[in-house]
Ligand binder design. Structure first.
Ligand SMILES: Nc1ncnc2c1ncn2[C@@H]1O[C@H](COP(=O)(O)OP(=O)(O)O)[C@@H](O)[C@H]1O
Ligand SMILES: [Mg+2]
Length: 491
């Protein structure tokens, strides 16, 4: 073959002709079989090896027959009819399957005059590395998609929203309605009132439930990184960018829901960009020339007073109106004290399930009255934290007001005095709880404060080593750890 190329071809068309001849010979030599059909898909040429494989000792016997009569399942007729090649295919035969390629033959006018078929090899084994690589990649892709879908599925449903007060029922009614619609949702309410829970429930109850729910906590991400977080970036788009670039949350949420938590904290320039994306439904990742279309439903939440931010020029009015279509106010817990009992029981049930050794925690009546009398500035989240601490430190599974009092209001600025801010709360009837609840310097409170100071001192004296501190004050190590957690002591 080299000889063909020895003398440099004289003309442009010579090069092409020689390339074609050489190509054909190479395929013919290395393939398992080659054959040619005419415009009627009749065999006009077949090499010896291929003819023999299909039972024709002499290739001449195959000439003039329909291609399917020589090679069952042949698709050469289709190639002749469409004039389009079938570049790679697997041909089932009565022996091993063959990997084949089929190309149309055209005349100078571009008319299809026939087709040539090559059986590239008869052992699929030759393709095994390719196939196994492909199927492994495919499997990994499926597994990743499944775990992502799992992670992005809504954590809570409407059933997770505990409460039967009129205010809670109204919130649930509005949220259910929002799930049926496509417009943006704005969730307003103090921290801990269940806005995130509602966002999950709305997504989970919507037509987008099987698509991703992606969350961005605007307050938790530095302003300088927010734009990339939202819209993504091309590789090397900014200093320190990931080498591979970054997919933005908008793109990740495509087809699903994007939950923008603490949207009141969004910097003004980004508010403008967000508004544009909501209007155009497309955007360009940072430093790329790529237009990404995003079909995303927005649920935004904030504990800030958004109208006040608008008035102060810190939140764009046009974005506010765009988001303020379906607005749901999550009421503070102190305005629905009748929910506290159900909430407390649901949470204790939860804590009991989590506790080892099958504990079952219960609230005494006086403890419940104490909970109902408090103003809960941190709302349901604070209620949950309070019960968690009380359970952790309680010696008994039956928690009374006396055991509970040190923890009510402990993490909050208001402290126990916040109880007095609730004008119509029922005063605790029980003697001891009553004392705890009416004065800021009750015995329980004083004891808790003393204990916290005492333990902090002991820890400091021992350089923060819990084991040494426990030994010094004669307390079990596990107990000390529990108390450190309950009091929120920093070591
Ligand atoms: N109505 C409710 N029923 C049950 N749990 C609730 C309810 N509202 C809030 N929670 C719980 O309280 C905590 C805070 O709720 P979250 O939705 O994060 O509040 P927000 O987003 O308004 O700050 C979460 O653990 C949540 O599950
Ligand atoms: Mg929140």
């Amino acid at each position: 073959m080299m000889n063909d190329w020895a003398g440099l071809p004289a003309t442009y068309s010579d090069v092409l002709r020689r390339a074609m001849e050489s190509l054909f010979r190479t395929f013919e030599n290395f393939s398992e079989g080659t054959f040619i059909v005419d415009a009627e898909a009749r065999v006009v040429w077949i090499n010896k090896r291929y003819a023999a494989r299909f039972g024709f000792a002499d290739p001449e016997q195959a000439i003039g027959r329909d291609c399917e009569a020589v090679i069952p399942n042949s698709l050469m007729r289709e190639v002749v009819k469409t004039g389009k090649p079938i570049l790679l295919d697997i041909l089932e035969t009565d022996r091993e399957p063959l990997v084949v390629t089929r190309l149309p033959l055209k005349d100078d006018a571009g008319e299809t005059v026939g087709a040539v078929g090559f059986a590239l090899f008869d052992e699929l084994k030759a393709l095994t590395p390719l196939f196994s690589h492909y199927s492994r990649v495919q499997e990994e892709l499926i597994a990743t998609r499944q775990s992502l879908a799992q992670a992005r599925r809504a954590k809570y449903t409407f059933g997770s929203f505990v409460g039967t007060s009129a205010a809670s029922l109204e919130v649930k009614r509005q949220a259910r309605r929002a799930a049926q619609l496509e417009s943006p949702v704005l969730l307003l309410g103090e921290t801990g009132t269940g806005k995130e829970l509602l966002a999950h429930a709305i997504h989970g109850g919507s037509a987008r439930a099987n698509q991703p729910l992606v969350t961005v906590n605007v307050a938790a991400i530095p302003d300088t990184l927010l734009e990339v977080e939202f819209f993504g970036a091309a590789p090397g788009a900014y200093t320190g960018a990931d080498r591979k670039g970054r997919v933005g949350k908008f793109e990740l949420a495509n087809g699903g829901t994007l939950f923008l938590d603490e949207i009141g904290d969004m910097p003004l320039p980004l508010q403008g960009k967000l508004l544009r994306v909501l209007q155009d439904k497309e955007f360009e990742p940072l430093g790329s020339n790529r237009i990404v279309r995003a079909d995303v439903r927005i649920i935004a939440a904030t504990s800030a007073d958004l109208p006040a931010l608008v008035a102060a020029g810190r939140f764009r009015a046009d974005l506010f109106y765009r988001l303020n279509v379906l607005t749901i106010h999550a009421p503070p817990l102190r305005e629905r004290a009748s929910d506290i009992e159900a909430l407390a029981y649901a949470m204790l049930e939860d804590l009991s399930t989590q506790a080892r050794g099958g504990s079952h925690y219960e609230l005494q009546d006086d403890a419940l009255r104490l909970l109902c009398a408090y103003a809960w500035p941190g709302n349901v989240r604070e209620l949950r934290n309070t019960l968690e601490r009380a359970v952790m430190l309680s010696d008994s599974e039956r928690i009374d007001a006396r055991a509970l009092a040190p923890f009510v209001g402990s993490g909050q600025s208001g402290g126990l005095s916040a109880i007095q801010r609730v004008p119509d709360a029922q005063p605790p009837a029980d003697g001891e709880a009553g004392n705890a609840a009416t004065g800021p310097s009750s015995w329980n409170e004083a004891m808790a404060a003393f204990e916290k100071r005492f333990l902090s001192d002991a820890l400091r004296a021992n350089g923060g080593r819990v084991i040494d501190a426990a030994a010094q004050i004669g307390m079990g190590r596990a107990t000390l750890y529990k108390k450190i957690a309950a009091h929120g002591i920093e070591i």
